[in-house]
Design a protein. Structure first.
Ligand code: ARG
Length: 586
């Protein structure tokens, strides 16, 4: 049980005993207990007395007094949890946990390899659909966000005990491949195309599109090429495979650098399932023909003129759409992958696409919303430090690999300026890579994902503030304390207890003990910034503690060393869940 749940339970029990006859089942669900913002007055707070006052016809303060009395009376005298419960203002109840209780809890958490986090018991499969760039196109910053956020979500859910299937739903199918294949055949030596780079392909694609729009003969050839590809024509298929392989290796360069694992299962995988999807929809009478296209109309979706907005599942030329593939993918994931939860991580611009696909899938009975959870996890734009959209001067999209490399170079510059004689050039190279990539990932995750954010390398590489380096530095500091004291905390914890005494120790200890709640609550909102905020506070509280409480050579040395160790383990675990790498020295 997390600390928060513990306080919730006590409060809930008191409410039941005191007021059930008047309030009924009002508080059968989770009680709104919050972590107090200022630990001077208490550690947790309950503000429900105001709301209860209307129902009970009593003053909030009087209600708060009764709750306080009841909780103290029901407390087991052999395990004192609350040192104090006080009432502030109109009737806020502040809970102060007993330092001995906290000490005992944190020592226990230190002994637990899962840091107090419980694991979900049931076998539950989650599909996380993330990254998902398009073949023969450069990955853009939006894909970078999806990659970083998706990986973090997958990591936390894996840690929570879900069976996570990480899927890369690459755009590798569609009419555009007809153009590209035709263009390559006409302008390149086909036996040599495997030597092309992704940039070459992107350029060829642009030319192909221009030719397609200008030249009716080419247009017709391209359309025939789509049909040939669909029908498994050997040559077209092998060109398509080469195009995919070239793109894949360019994407892989980024995944390797960022240490991202995911299974490529692109749109082409679902292509054979599309006719059956249409047939199914037709059989259920869900299809309306509009201008020759097969459409599904859904309640509540209209365009700007308030006309009903259709979900087009098959165009008049017989081609299928992005949405058709997503319907097939959803069905496949639920029925064949047995997913209990499907998560899509894309930019907010696709929100309407997904709500329509989910609505259509429900209407067609592809999934039961009481059994399967489906989430679109949207995110905002990445803007340049000057607030403009991410394009180079030539109007091209910035290459991601260059962006990542610039962070690494900048980190190397900073490290070289520090001129620390301890580090060899190899150390600097390794550290710069870690610091640079950590900085990019952290800045992305630390912003509430729904808002836009500015990509500011200078800021994200700072050692102060809510940055990766600041958290990494707290970790490094603890490692150096450990080296200095030269006692093995893993051994020490078997015989010694943590004793939280000073306000800084209690504050820090309490923060360490909140980790399980942060993890337990993550699945509700899927907001990585909740974890970064938590870790940032942890690092700040550690610095306050370290500034005020001596560790080495004092009577409290062992307890404080163990407290540092508890912080370091939570930091390490938290950073790993964000997908960041640790440095032992900085
Ligand atoms: N390829 C798409 C894009 O670049 C993202 C795919 C997201 N996943 C999905 N199942 N639709 O915008």
């Amino acid at each position: 049980m997390t600390l928060l749940e513990l306080v919730q339970n006590h409060c809930q029990q008191a409410l039941h005993l005191l007021f059930t006859s008047q309030i009924g089942h009002l508080y059968n669900n989770e009680l709104e207990i919050s972590v107090a913002t200022n630990s001077k007055f208490g550690h947790f707070q309950f503000n429900g007395a105001m709301k209860l006052s209307k129902i009970l016809g009593q003053a909030p303060r009087a209600i708060a007094e009764q709750i306080r009395g009841q909780i103290l009376a029901q407390q087991d005298p052999s395990v004192i949890i609350f040192a104090d419960i006080n009432i502030a203002g109109p009737g806020f109840i502040n809970f102060v946990l007993h330092p001995e209780f906290l000490s005992q809890q944190i020592t226990q958490q230190l002994l637990d390899p899962r840091h107090g986090c419980s694991k979900i018991a049931e076998f539950k499969r989650v599909v996380v659909d993330f990254s998902s760039p398009n073949i023969a196109k450069e990955m853009h910053v939006g894909h970078l966000r999806s990659t970083i956020i998706g990986d973090c979500i997958a990591r936390i859910l894996e840690f929570t005990g879900y069976d996570v299937l990480r899927l890369n739903h690459v755009g590798d199918w569609g009419t555009q491949f007809g153009m590209l294949i035709t263009y390559l055949k006409q302008n390149y030596d086909i036996s040599q195309i495997n030597n092309l780079s992704l940039t070459d392909l992107v350029n060829a694609y642009k030319q192909a599109k221009l030719t397609f729009d200008a030249n009716p003969e080419f247009k017709q050839q391209a359309q025939l090429a789509v049909v040939a590809l669909q029908q498994g024509d050997q040559e077209s298929y092998s060109i398509w495979q080469t195009i995919c392989a070239i793109s894949r290796s360019a994407f892989q360069e980024i995944y390797s650098l960022l240490d991202i694992n995911l299974l490529e299962r692109g749109e082409s995988f679902y292509n054979p399932m599309l006719p059956a999807i249409i047939a199914d929809l037709e059989q259920q009478n869900l299809i309306t023909i509009s201008d020759g296209a097969k459409c599904v109309y859904l309640d509540g979706f209209t365009n700007r003129d308030n006309d009903p907005l259709p979900l087009i599942v098959q165009k008049s030329d017989g081609g299928y759409n992005y949405a058709t593939t997503d319907l097939a993918a959803l069905k496949q994931r639920v029925n064949l992958e047995h997913a209990a939860w499907v998560i899509y991580v894309t930019d907010a611009g696709q929100a309407q696409h997904f709500s329509m696909v989910f609505a259509a899938a429900r209407k067609a009975g592809f999934y039961d919303e009481n059994i399967v959870r489906i989430d679109h996890v949207p995110f905002g734009l990445v803007l340049r430090a000057d607030g403009k959209k991410f394009k180079t001067r030539e109007g091209e999209t910035e290459k991601l690999i260059d962006l990542l490399q610039s962070a690494i170079n900048k980190a190397a510059e900073i490290l070289q300026q520090r001129n620390n004689p301890e580090f060899t050039p190899e150390d600097i190279t390794h550290m710069a890579k870690t610091l640079g990539l950590n900085a990019i990932k952290y800045a992305d995750l630390a912003n509430n994902r729904v808002s836009d954010y500015m990509f500011n390398l200078d800021r994200m590489l700072q050692f102060e503030g809510n940055t990766a380096a600041f958290l990494g530095y707290a970790y490094v500091r603890i490692q150096s304390i450990k080296r200095k004291i030269n006692l093995d905390p893993t051994q020490l914890v078997l015989t010694e207890q943590i004793k939280l005494q000073t306000p800084e120790e209690i504050d820090l200890g309490l923060q360490v003990l909140q980790f399980p709640s942060v993890i337990a609550n993550f699945s509700k909102e899927l907001l990585p910034n909740r974890l970064t905020d938590y870790l940032y506070n942890l690092a700040e509280k550690f610095h306050t503690f370290f500034h005020n409480c001596r560790v080495e050579g004092v009577a409290e040395q062992n307890s404080r060393l163990l407290l540092c160790e508890a912080v370091s383990r939570v930091l390490a675990q938290g950073l790993e869940l964000l997908g960041l790498k640790l440095l032992q020295r900085m």
